[in-house]
Design a protein around this ligand. Structure first.
Ligand code: ADP
Ligand code: MG
Length: 291
């Protein structure tokens, strides 16, 4: 369904510095109807790789195929049309605050040039029903919880009836209980609608809950991949240090003779700040995504 062949993305150098190779010759085959997890620490290149799939970030080298079409061979109107088959959601939800829930969902249909108003209404209702928010259609984002906001974002992504749903840290701003709910909706969407899901996260719990296959990223490269079911095997031994850390759950520190304690990973210590940064970053991309 999704095929990445030797995909690289290099950002130009800042003054006096080297260019940043955010994605470095990644090849990945993602079968139709599967859930692919991509995990790694902050800065590993996960978001860039995800944005390479819908060409929100055009790779500087390599080829991207989605549903039999080589996206990297397209531009302009043809690329825009191909992107309608690919939905995307973000850590920061990216809802438009002065539009109702229904209007937020309808936005993606307007960008997709679904010109008939009655058809747009039908599809908005259909998408909101999938995430069980039909009764919140006329409310505004400010009246919703974080989990509900993310469900609206899922509805907005589904309204154009995509074949692929790209998820960039979709639960990183949510508490564990809400995370479970949102992941359940993503699992249902995958199972009931057959949508191929790619989910980027730094949380192994998310991968364990949802993914069929895992790719571990470090320094722009996929350094390890395995079926997610391996994580349940007691004798499973990731090949890389980062894979081991991610599978093992927790940094271990020596507290001067006391038993080593699990502490939170660095990325999780300042969730609010991270969320804010991600939201600011995401909002730049909203018009492109819903377009
Ligand atoms: N638009 C950009 N311009 C320059 N550098 C970027 C840009 N986007 C990401 N980077 C850099 O690319 C690397 C990978 O970033 P990113 O894909 O956001 O990683 P992750 O999502 O795993 O945290 C980082 O070093 C980041 O600073
Ligand atoms: Mg990221």
């Amino acid at each position: 369904m999704i095929s990445l062949r030797h995909v690289s993305t290099t950002f130009p150098a800042a003054r006096g510095e080297d260019p940043i190779r955010a994605v470095d010759a990644v090849s990945l085959e993602i079968p139709q109807g599967s859930i692919q997890g991509i995990i790694g620490f902050s800065g590993a290149g996960k978001s860039t790789l995800l944005r390479n799939i819908n060409l929100l970030e055009r790779p500087t080298a390599g080829a991207v195929h989605v549903a039999g079409t080589e996206l990297t061979a397209l531009d302009g109107e043809a690329l825009r049309r191909a992107r309608h088959h690919i939905g995307m959601i973000f850590q920061g939800f990216n809802l438009v605050n002065n539009l109702t829930v229904a209007q937020n969902v309808e936005l993606s249909l307007k960008f997709a040039e679904v010109s008939e108003k009655a058809e747009r209404r039908r599809r908005v209702a259909e998408a909101l029903a999938i995430v069980d928010l039909a009764d919140r259609a006329e409310t505004y984002p400010a009246q919703l919880s974080g989990g509900q906001k993310q469900r609206v974002a899922i509805a907005r992504a589904l309204a154009t009836r995509p074949q692929v749903l790209l998820c960039d840290e979709p639960t990183s701003a949510l508490d564990p209980a809400t995370t479970a709910t949102v992941l359940q909706y993503l699992a249902d969407v995958n199972r009931d609608l057959g949508i191929t899901v790619v989910i980027v996260t730094h949380e192994m719990e998310v991968i364990k809950a949802l993914a069929d296959h895992v790719a571990v990223m470090e320094d722009g490269r996929v350094v390890e991949r395995f079926p997610a079911a391996e994580l349940d095997r007691e004798d499973f031994a990731p090949r890389t240090a980062i894979g081991e850390y991610l599978a093992g759950g927790g940094i271990r520190v020596d507290r001067g003779g006391r038993a080593a304690a699990d502490v939170a990973a660095p990325e999780q210590t300042d969730r609010a700040e991270q969320t804010e940064q991600a939201a600011a970053h995401d909002s730049h991309q909203l018009s492109e995504v819903v377009g």
